[in-house]
Design a protein around this ligand. Structure first.
Ligand code: NAG
Ligand code: NAG
Ligand code: NAG
Ligand code: NAG
Ligand code: NAG
Ligand code: NAG
Length: 293
């Protein structure tokens, strides 16, 4: 936008600040990383920074890694019954470097803060949890997760038996996906995939768009979505990020870029007569520095 005078710019700034203050969908968290050096990302397990990217696991057996954002997201607010919306866009590489047999995959997850490490180390749970923890009702009740998995290995106990072994699924506190679809990827080669995960709290639609490859190597867009009330499945504040694992066989897992945006929990638009009054106990919304066009 071109401004004719500094005065106009100030007026524009004041109007923007005012709009941000009264806007119930003000941004809570926003970032856009194309280089992970010196960023507020917490790595655990075998995850390391390699150049500008995060190597969630090396191409070595029995490894797992996570990379989560250092701040929690305020996903919903019990008192006001408000829920946040968010979008997580990322690009990643899963590469078996020519090997025909490989495992296990990557997730984008939201979970109870300080989610325990997988114990014992176990590839099947994609860096989130082990089979033992999966079968422990007390563990699952205390530690909740919702994940979108990019799973490259079909575990016959809980994965779909498609002709395409790689699949993308939405997992609700379970390694067995609530819904899943074949993923047309080429893990033997060094290829970069993109994904966009969006949760719209007004429709409760958790939707995933991700890339795959056609036989002629052209990129295709694939989709998966699930209507889900996240307040039923996650605490009010969650940690969020990525996990990956390898097991008896392996592949390289790399997170190349990540951009993320969430709104502060806001009234679900479908509810009758949204209240204008602000709850005094409500946490203050963080304002994003910088103006949007
Ligand atoms: C993130 O940064 C990239 C590279 O600078 C830019 O192309 C992209 O538009 C940005 N995305 C958002 C959502 O700001
Ligand atoms: C992964 O972490 C485990 C536990 O710290 C360690 O024993 C193993 O050597 C690491 N793997 C690699 C490839 O560094
Ligand atoms: C894999 O592709 C990425 C992205 O294009 C590139 O940065 C990296 O060097 C490639 N790795 C290998 C081993 O070729
Ligand atoms: C959820 O969003 C996806 C992507 O926009 C859309 O294709 C799907 O129809 C939506 N689901 C519902 C139930 O509205
Ligand atoms: C979502 O679940 C919560 C907790 O069970 C419930 O209070 C709320 O009414 C549900 N929201 C909708 C829109 O169904
Ligand atoms: C994520 O990608 C979608 C679709 O390209 C775009 O509209 C949105 O602005 C992106 N958001 C972030 C936070 O990168």
């Amino acid at each position: 936008m071109v401004f004719q005078a500094p005065k106009l710019r100030i007026i524009y700034l004041l109007i923007s600040i005012f709009l941000l203050l009264i806007n119930p969908c003000a941004t809570q968290i926003f970032f856009n990383y194309t280089d992970f050096n010196n960023k507020p990302i917490i790595r655990t397990g075998n995850a390391t920074i390699s150049g500008s990217v995060i190597q969630l696991t090396p191409d070595e057996v029995d490894n797992w890694g996570r990379a989560i954002y250092s701040e929690q997201m305020h996903l919903w607010d019990e008192k006001s019954e408000k829920v946040a919306s968010f979008t997580s866009n990322f690009s990643f590489i899963i590469n078996s470097q020519g090997k025909d047999r490989y495992s296990d995959g990557i997730t984008f997850f939201l979970s109870t803060p300080n989610y325990p490490v997988p114990s014992p180390t176990d590839g099947a749970g994609l860096g989130l949890l082990s089979r033992n923890q999966m079968n422990d009702a007390t563990f699952l009740a205390a530690n909740k997760f919702v994940a979108v998995e990019f799973d490259t290995f079909p575990n016959e106990e809980f994965d779909p038996l498609n002709s395409v072994r790689e699949h993308v699924g939405i997992n609700i506190n379970n390694l067995k996906s609530q819904i899943s679809t074949p993923w047309y990827c080429t893990i033997k080669e060094n290829r970069t995939y993109s994904a966009s995960i969006n949760y719209d709290s007004s429709t409760q639609n958790l939707s995933v768009t991700f890339t795959g490859f056609n036989y002629d190597n052209t990129i295709i867009q694939q989709h998966l979505s699930l209507v889900i009330n996240l307040t039923d499945h996650l605490p009010e504040s969650v940690e969020f990020g990525f996990s990956a694992s390898t097991g008896l066989i392996s592949e390289l897992h790399i997170l190349s870029t990540w951009s993320f945006e969430s709104t502060a929990p806001s009234t679900i638009q479908q509810s009758p007569a949204p209240s204008v009054e602000k709850n005094k106990d409500e946490p203050k919304t963080k304002l994003v520095v910088g103006l949007r066009p």
